[in-house]
Ligand binder design. Structure first.
Ligand code: FCB
Length: 525
């Protein structure tokens, strides 16, 4: 399907017109020629489009790990079952006015109970890797102390079910659901959390490390520290830049302490990451904008990576890092150093960055999908002093993120270059579209826009691999529609549709397509 079809499809209503050319051809059906729609850009005019020939020739290495990703709070439900403690996300979603539509993760996709079915669906889609997260308050309801064995036993069964379905268990140790009891003790700005967290990680490695070999300590550490403590979009809703810096530093220490405690408990363990990253392009060629884009990259993309790999913070700030405000102590550089075995990161969209070094305001800016953007009138904060905005040159998903496949290539090749060609795992990528089952198509979910998103982005990933990047996996976000944080159930990122009224799962066309890609290691399926 070319970009013109993409635009047509994004304008059409659900129905047979949403079938992509490759899908039709695969079913032995005639492929209709598409007449141009009045007022719709041709493929050549859609910025960022990947040529069809590149998609057709894209190949992935033998043994490439096709996967999907989920997170405990977003899928599990069972929010107070089997001794689970309250998390900051339970507290947040139970507070009126915080979540669009007033929904909570109390039930979510009920994966706590339905995991056998979901993992069997992943197998049906020829998946080889399953990235999931463990809920800390299921393991330590109040954040410290002896483990709750009901929680451990649950995840032990889940991991066994993954292995039975031929899925590599990829465990994210923390995907944002801090035990509320630890928030009550100061949350991430409290440096004590580094050692509590390392204990928790060690408990997981001790009980599950015979079967889990791939561990990522934190999902998107910049996001949950900045959005939780800096600008208040996520729990615990604090708006204090100093708290953000302290939280980030604790997380850096925690990441390294956890690496050591995991390895001490499990000789098979490998430890990497699940960072959120956006390639940053300077708004102009001026030195000031290029320096601002470099600061963005340092702060938002590689802050925690550089700390682990080199035991120092990258140049994210105008001038020296505000060490005192961060709570940095002499000797911390040694604690932070814990070289990762592989580097995992997400790619969703890009940022255009300009200099704001003349302003010192701290306005935070607006929330856009996965990130807070700079206030256009000022900078984002008084230390990094840049403006970062998401452009809308390419098409927008229904969740509002710009589709820019080329960013995948730029990001992957840049991290490869900067970190001496590490093994890379793409831990997340995906798009939010609201396509639903259509009764005139036998209940199919014709989500052609999602197929197009993945075709183009994966073609750019294949190009990065053929240019030498050592990428060994790709995890689509997400296996199934789920609870999208403060956006509740108003966004759907799944390859599988979830009807929240009865928990019925329906594989979307994109899921069927992704399953064929996983079997063939190519995109023209
Ligand atoms: C990422 C998060 C994930 C999900 C996707 C859409 O930022 O890691 O939990 O919300 O965005």
């Amino acid at each position: 399907m070319n970009r013109r079809n993409f635009i047509r499809n994004s304008m059409a209503t659900a129905g047979s017109s949403l079938l992509t050319k490759p899908l039709l051809a695969n079913r032995g059906l005639a492929v209709p020629e598409t007449a141009p729609l009045p007022g719709v850009a041709s493929s050549q005019q859609v910025p960022g489009a990947v040529p069809e020939s590149q998609i057709a020739s894209a190949r992935f290495p033998e043994g490439f790990l096709w996967g999907t990703a989920t997170a405990a709070y977003q899928v599990e439900g069972a929010w107070r079952e089997d001794g689970k403690g309250e998390s900051i996300w339970d507290r947040f979603t139970h507070t009126v006015g915080k979540v669009k539509g007033g929904t909570t993760g109390d039930v979510a996709c009920d994966q706590y109970h339905l995991y056998p079915q979901d993992l069997a669906l992943a197998k049906r889609l020829n998946q080889k890797s399953y990235r999931f997260s463990i809920s800390w308050p299921r393991i330590q309801p109040s954040g410290t102390g002896a483990p709750n064995m009901k929680g451990i036993d649950h995840y032990s069964r889940v991991v066994d079910a993954m292995l039975e379905n031929g899925l590599r268990p990829f465990c994210t140790i923390y995907h944002w659901d801090l035990p509320q009891a630890l928030e009550d003790r100061g949350g991430w700005p409290n440096r004590d959390l580094a050692s509590y967290y390392a204990d928790y990680a060690g408990i997981l490695a001790k009980h599950l490390g015979d079967r889990i070999m791939v561990w990522a300590p934190f999902n998107m550490p910049w996001s949950f520290t900045y959005m939780g403590y800096g600008v208040g979009a996520f729990p615990p809703c604090r708006t204090n830049f100093g708290d953000f810096l302290k939280a980030a530093h604790t997380v850096t220490l925690a990441q390294a302490e956890a690496l050591r405690s995991i390895k001490a408990a499990s000789s098979k363990a490998t430890v990497g990451s699940a960072y959120g990253m956006c390639p940053a392009y300077p708004a102009t060629d001026s030195e000031a904008d290029r320096a601002a884009a470099a600061r963005y990259h340092a702060m938002n993309n590689v802050f925690f990576l550089e700390a682990a790999m080199k035991g120092r913070y990258p140049k994210a700030f105008v001038g020296e890092p505000p060490y005192e405000l961060m709570g940095f102590k002499p000797g911390d550089e040694k604690i932070m150093l814990a070289p990762l075995d592989w580097v995992g990161f997400h790619y969703y969209t890009r940022r255009i960055v300009s200099d704001a070094s003349k302003v010192q305001a701290f306005n935070g800016g607006g929330f856009s999908g996965t990130e807070i953007e700079a206030d256009p009138a000022t900078g984002r904060d008084p230390y990094t002093r840049f403006r970062a905005v998401m452009p809308s040159e390419g098409p927008l998903t229904e969740s509002g993120l710009e589709v820019w496949p080329h960013g995948m290539y730029d990001l992957v090749t840049r991290i490869s270059r900067e970190y001496d060609h590490p093994i890379i795992e793409i831990t997340e990528s995906g798009c939010g579209y609201l396509d639903a089952p259509y009764d005139k198509e036998n209940g199919r979910v014709p989500d052609a826009r999602r197929i197009e998103f993945f075709r183009e982005e994966l073609a750019e990933l294949a190009r990065a691999i053929s240019d030498g990047a050592r990428v060994r996996s790709f995890h689509a976000w997400s296996l199934l529609d789920n609870f999208e944080w403060a956006n509740g159930q108003t966004e759907r990122y799944g390859l599988i549709y979830v009807d929240y009224r009865d928990q019925k799962r329906t594989i979307k066309d994109s899921g069927l397509w992704y399953g064929r890609v996983a079997a063939a290691n190519r995109l023209d399926v």
